[in-house]
Design a protein around this ligand. Structure first.
Ligand code: SF4
Length: 180
């Protein structure tokens, strides 16, 4: 990866709580340093909402729970040279995958009918179809780097980003662990 020009970074979330992205923001003043070295070309954190044809580093948070998640995972894999699975939901399914213990129909009934007082019904419009089972990111596309944690710490994210920018392959096992 060239260090002569800014590397391009795209991020997005699948089925997650956005906590991994919040941890990214927690690198605080180091964001200014990052902005000198890298350009966010697509992310919920910036205005750009069109994934470019070619991106140096893609970062995905969250598990693959819906058809939309699957589509986005495939899109990132296609357009990103290097793909990072960020956080326990992406790495191993974590909280979203807890529904795998129950039949999908039972999950939908619980959410949309049993616990609803007014007009209980399953949504049919503008809601992506749920996949069964929920899967971690690497179960649907090849992943280049796993960064576990719920969320990974800001220091761990900064370590990974700065190593990649320096042209080195980070070893997140030294700075991360599963869970909080
Ligand atoms: S790994 Fe934790 S912080 Fe990150 S999206 Fe999942 S639940 Fe949220």
């Amino acid at each position: 990866m060239s260090t002569e020009k800014k590397i391009t970074i795209a991020t997005s979330w699948l089925d997650g709580c956005s906590g991994c992205h919040m941890s990214f923001l927690d690198i605080d003043e180091r964001l200014l340093e990052l902005a000198e070295l890298a350009e966010f070309v697509y992310s919920p954190l910036v205005d750009a909402k069109q994934l470019p044809e070619s991106v140096d580093v893609g970062i995905l948070e969250g598990a693959v729970s819906t058809e939309d998640d699957l589509h986005k995972a495939l899109l990132f894999r296609k357009h990103c040279q290097y793909l990072i699975s960020l956080g326990d939901c992406a790495v191993c399914g974590n909280v979203p995958a807890m529904r795998n213990f129950f039949p999908l129909d039972a999950v939908l009934d619980r959410a949309y009918q049993e616990n609803v007082q007014l007009n209980p019904q399953r949504p049919t419009l503008n809601v992506p179809r749920l996949l069964d089972p929920v899967r971690p990111l690497h179960a649907v596309v090849p992943v280049d780097l796993f960064v576990p944690g719920c969320p990974p710490s800001a220091d761990a994210i900064w370590y990974v980003a700065s190593e990649l920018i320096a042209g080195r392959t980070p070893d997140p096992s030294q700075v991360t662990r599963f869970g909080a």
